[in-house]
Design a protein around this ligand. Structure first.
Ligand code: SF4
Length: 636
């Protein structure tokens, strides 16, 4: 379906695995204007198909693989693509975002998105080359780990310049937190790999020779040059992230009591220096790497048994370090590699293990696992991925285990998805984000307020004041960054660099103080975003959309689009029964102060939730009202 907008390829394909048939899916320019791309586009497609009766493991469950209009256009960090489906962890709509080059190659093949339904009659992989869709038997690939699988696909395709998505043994064996992997990057969270596994789809490869065009090449080029320079000059995106990646945050988290330790029973780990970003960079980093067209290059290559492999992110360092009381960096590097190879989410795997250790310690489940005891964990990952012995139970994740063995108060998950490594009792806005996030305990979908509450700025991390309104604004912004096909890390440069380089300066101190008094102002912007019909000098994303797509865009419109996407996912999740009671946190975080001498060190969730629902235009049960849905043009 042709489009008047550049950046898009103009075609969305519907693939039925049961019948091995392929057809074009109608997607108009009206849809492109309202549901830009990525996860919002996917949410609209899922909204039009799901009734609320579907389950993750069913032929009716769809997988939508969608790019953004900026994917592959050369914009900074614009290699991203999105996978949305029903999650086997949460039973709700989920989106999982990934770098690498699959999105670029999908567009080069001529497509903005693929919609996959049904189930393969036998184990298969799908090869897409321009307009050719060929199903192959995957019997010989089944059982392979992700690197071997990708190497074998290279042999089958006959060259290296193609996009690839594969699952490992974890996905094949329906581990609820299994990933889909593309090169070294992973759509790691919420179990999308298991949906591939259930559908008996081991891999997809894609290549083509279509051109990705932009609306105004001259303006795009000039703007791009400016934006790259800005990102390179910013202390977070130009220094900390390239130097240490997200791992660089471990020390700041420790300092502020934000580093989840011993299954979130504390926020500081005494041996943190042995497992922080500095140690990783100085003693283990071989080289920095990045996704296509990314100036930030946040990925690290490390050595494991003499092999150069992808290094761990902050979440993995935190949760497989202090989270289970392990101070060996070598262990973390090896486990990170093993989990990647098996195709498993490191965050959920680590949290599930920590839950099991605590359940054992408390006498609820005699499983032999102990904090600080690291022998046999490599074998355990393999057992989980192949569902052997205790691994079969751990493959179900912490929520289901706590329902079986007890200990719901310390199963650190929301809606079935385990939390990231940020301990929210010292960043209460982050706690609200975890609770209300559409995909469960996700820091990014939750709005990532922790960047204000100690990791970039130093806004009062214990007060609920303004946190609901800020969470809504950040969620909307990040939703749209993701929709457009860009990496969320580009948003790190949203706040001017001097606020970070001069943390005790007059302006920074004033900014930190002022933020919590600005709830009313943020509320007005959230309510009437389109009144901000302008571009912000620190936020380059809006101009790029305008120049590359030829689509009118302002900062206000950008936020409104993000708001539409966020509400659309919520609207679909309501069909699957989500209500206010699901926007929750484990009692450890809301009722047990992190500092026993300071009762304020809990997440005042209910207070913030009430304000958040009101700001969002949701009713008391957390449902978007009809007025909100009409305002956002989700319903007519
Ligand atoms: S910042 Fe990191 S994850 Fe994001 S696009 Fe760049 S290299 Fe990839």
């Amino acid at each position: 379906m042709a489009t008047a907008y550049s950046g898009y390829m103009g075609k969305v394909m519907l693939i039925d695995l049961s019948t091995q048939s392929v057809s074009e899916y109608p997607w108009t320019d009206k849809d492109r204007e309202l549901f830009i791309g990525g996860k919002t586009m996917a949410a609209k497609i899922l909204c039009d198909h799901f009734t609320g009766k579907e389950t993750a493991y069913s032929e009716e469950n769809l997988i939508v693989i969608s790019t953004g209009p900026l994917t592959g256009t050369g914009a900074p960090s614009s290699s991203r693509f999105n996978l949305s489906t029903l999650s086997p962890q949460t039973g709700l709509i989920t989106s999982s975002n990934c770098g690498g080059s699959f999105g670029y190659h999908l567009k080069r093949a001529g497509y903005d998105a693929l919609i996959i339904r049904g189930r393969c009659a036998e184990r298969s992989w799908l090869e897409i080359k321009n307009d050719k869709f060929v199903f192959h038997s995957a019997e010989e690939l089944w059982g392979t780990k992700v690197t071997e699988c990708q190497e074998r696909l290279e042999e089958r395709v006959g060259h290296k310049r193609f996009g690839r998505l594969v699952i490992g043994p974890a996905g094949e064996n329906l581990v609820r937190y299994s990933a889909v992997v593309s090169e070294e990057r992973a759509a790691g969270r919420t179990g999308v790999g298991a949906v591939f596994g259930w559908k008996q789809l081991k891999a997809i490869t894609v290549s083509g020779n279509h051109e990705i065009t932009v609306h105004d090449p001259e303006k795009v080029k000039a703007h791009c040059k400016k934006w790259y320079a800005y990102l390179r000059s910013h202390p977070l995106t130009g220094n900390q992230m390239p130097r240490m990646g997200t791992a660089g945050l471990v020390s700041s988290m420790q300092m502020r009591g934000l580093l989840s330790t011993r299954n979130y029973s504390a926020g500081q780990y005494e041996d943190f220096e042995m497992v922080n970003g500095e140690t990783l960079a100085e003693e283990h980093n071989i080289v920095n790497k990045g996704c296509l067209s990314c100036p930030i290059k946040c990925a690290r290559t490390v050595s494991v048994s003499g092999k150069a492999v992808k290094g761990p992110e902050l979440e993995t360092l935190g949760l497989l370090g202090g989270g289970i009381v392990n101070n060996s960096m070598e262990n973390i590097l090896r486990w990170n590699y093993e989990l990647d190879e098996l195709g498993m989410d490191t965050i959920s795997a680590a949290n599930t293990l920590a839950y099991a250790m605590e359940a054992n310690e408390k006498g609820l489940w005699d499983n032999g696992l102990e904090f600080g005891s690291c022998d046999g964990i490599s074998q355990l990952w393999d057992d989980i991925a192949h569902r052997r012995g205790i691994g079969d139970e751990l493959a179900e994740g912490s929520k289901r285990l706590s329902e079986k063995y007890g200990g719901k108060d310390f199963a650190m998950q929301t809606k079935g998805l385990e939390l990231a490594a940020y301990e929210p009792r010292r960043a209460v806005g982050m706690g609200l984000g975890y609770a209300v996030s559409n995909r469960g305990g996700c820091h990014l979908n939750g709005g990532y307020l922790v960047i204000l509450e100690g990791l970039g700025l130093n806004v009062d991390s214990q007060t609920p004041k303004a946190k609901a309104d800020l969470t809504m604004m950040f969620q909307n912004l990040m939703e749209m960054i993701s929709d457009s096909g860009q990496c969320l890390f580009t948003s790190y440069a949203f706040f001017p660099g001097f606020l970070m380089t001069r943390p005790n300066g007059f302006i920074t101190t004033a900014a930190n103080k002022i933020f919590t008094h600005l709830g009313w102002a943020i509320r007005i912007i959230n309510k009437f975003p389109t009144a901000l019909a302008l571009h912000l000098p620190v936020f380059h994303h809006t101009k790029r959309i305008k120049y590359a797509l030829g689509m009118p865009m302002t900062f206000g419109k950008y936020i409104r689009n993000g708001e539409r996407g966020y509400n659309l996912e919520r609207y679909v999740n309501r069909r699957f029964g989500v209500s206010a009671k699901d926007d929750s946190l484990p009692k450890r975080l809301t009722q047990v102060p992190q500092d026993p001498n300071n009762p304020k060190t809990v997440v005042p969730l209910e207070t913030m939730k009430k304000t958040y629902y009101a700001a969002r235009g949701w009713d008391k049960d957390g449902a978007p009202t009809e007025k909100t849905l009409r305002k956002l043009r989700i319903i007519q």
